[in-house]
Design a protein. Structure first.
Length: 446
């Protein structure tokens, strides 16, 4: 990243936190074109495409390459390739994937300056091979052993700590950090290298053990190991996660990222409906043992009024991240607001998954099986304002329409009001007035 070391206290702190939780994944269930199928032997062709058009009335001083005023830009990303399986009879099942990706950004680039327009890239996205045990180990259940190696993603829980490797920096940080743009779409998700062992089925006791090495320069090419142990039932999930940092690229690492070496992180999470299918309760608490110890956690409660028209769901969440918390590979997973907290705030305006206390109120409506409507309100507070103050409020209104399994359309309108402007500890250029933000997302799956 071409940010001077002596200027890293403000801009760098934003990047360290933001890199972990960009609006990383808008991938739906990719459709497949069947090329071959006979028993357990299959070969499918898959194409996933996302298109986005965006406009922001305000810009943000994250990279030092933005001026006061509005920006508008477009992004496109396409992932394409093959997935297949090969039956081994009583000896299990081989599976694998080989996919490329093409991305680009047009126009001004995003308002934070992560991308500046003109970025293009085509490269390898997925290349992994795996084996499932079928009925070889009855005590572990069907496919109770699942081992995969290569270039692939990994999600633990709802992505609060581990959700793939999805920060897609453009040319705003210099050519060394440019992954080809399409920053918001974030379709690049795979770790550069990985080994993942899953034990157990989809219910009862199960675990994940993994070694992950990022090939993403904005993540300082972090490598880590983890152990996830969880008990899953139809109503409840209880889980423990341990993460150990192995190494970073010292040339690329910020001061915060350098502490990932020998990091020990412990997490406890729970999800339950308390015996009522209309109830949603979720929480995760985590502690990072490093040179500057840190903590984070959240508690969330939601209720669906299933008997009312459009089945409205109301939710409230409180999340708090201590000053030196490192969001690692957190990312978008459960929908708007997790874990990109505010489409403007979480993507462009500030470091809201570190040194922050965030309240979120959500409303979701379901007029039909193919249409969902929603609103998200965020009250965001910087905990320690010594170096910066990204406090503010945001309201996002959105729709998600899937007219067919092949298409996904999502317009979104956001209103963001910071407490401080750039020059006062905030990041918004041209004052602390209200920013109106618009975006339109289109997904196409073949």
């Amino acid at each position: 990243m071409s940010v001077p070391k002596d200027n890293a206290s403000h801009v760098g702190s934003s990047i360290v936190s933001l890199l972990a939780f960009s609006a990383s994944l808008w991938v739906g269930q990719a459709q497949a074109y069947e090329l071959y199928s006979q028993g357990d032997d299959t070969l499918n062709a898959e194409v996933t495409t996302y298109l986005g058009a965006f406009k922001s009335q305000k810009s943000y001083n994250q990279m030092g390459n933005r001026k006061t005023g509005s920006v508008s830009w477009q992004e496109a990303a396409t992932k394409y390739g093959f997935k297949g399986t090969y039956g081994l009879g009583a000896n299990g099942l081989l599976y694998g994937s080989l996919k490329g990706i093409t991305t680009g950004t047009w126009g001004d680039g995003d308002p934070a300056g992560w991308s500046i327009g003109g970025e293009r890239r085509t490269n390898l996205e997925e290349a992994y091979l795996g084996w499932k045990s079928a009925e070889l180990f009855p005590a572990l259940g069907k496919n109770g052993i699942d081992l995969s190696l290569g270039r692939q993603g990994l999600v633990i829980g709802d992505g609060f700590i581990i959700k793939n490797d999805g920060f897609n920096m453009g040319a705003g940080g210099g050519s060394s950090f440019d992954r080809g743009g399409a920053y918001y779409l974030g379709l690049r998700q795979s770790y550069g290298q990985s080994a993942i062992l899953r034990l157990g089925g989809t219910e009862g006791w199960r675990s994940d053990m993994a070694w992950l090495k990022s090939a993403n320069p904005i993540q300082a090419e972090t490598s880590l190991a983890l152990l996830n142990l969880e008990h899953i039932s139809p109503d409840n999930t209880f889980a423990l996660l341990y993460v150990h940092g192995l190494d970073v690229n010292d040339r690329l690492a910020s001061a915060s990222q350098s502490q990932r070496k020998d990091l020990d992180q412990y997490s406890f999470r729970v999800k339950t409906n308390a015996g009522n299918p209309n109830v949603f309760l979720s929480s995760e608490l985590t502690f990072q043992d490093k040179r500057q110890n840190a903590q984070a956690g959240y508690g969330e409660a939601g209720y669906t009024f299933a008997d009312l028209p459009w089945s409205p769901t109301l939710s409230y969440r409180y999340a708090r991240y201590s000053e030196h918390y490192d969001a690692l590979f957190s990312g978008f997973y459960r929908g708007y607001g997790t874990w990109v907290q505010g489409e403007v705030a979480g993507n462009y305006a500030g470091a809201f998954n570190s040194n922050a206390a965030i309240q979120n109120v959500g409303l979701k409506l379901k007029p039909s099986e193919t249409l969902k409507l929603g609103a998200q309100f965020f009250d965001l507070k910087t905990v320690n304002t010594r170096n910066y103050d990204f406090s503010g409020r945001e309201l996002d209104l959105f729709a998600e329409w899937t007219p067919t399994p092949t298409y996904y359309i999502s317009p979104m309108l956001g209103f963001y009001k910071p407490d401080k402007r750039a020059g006062e500890g905030g990041s918004q250029l041209g004052g602390d007035g209200l920013n109106t933000y618009l975006q339109l997302m289109v997904g196409i799956y073949f």
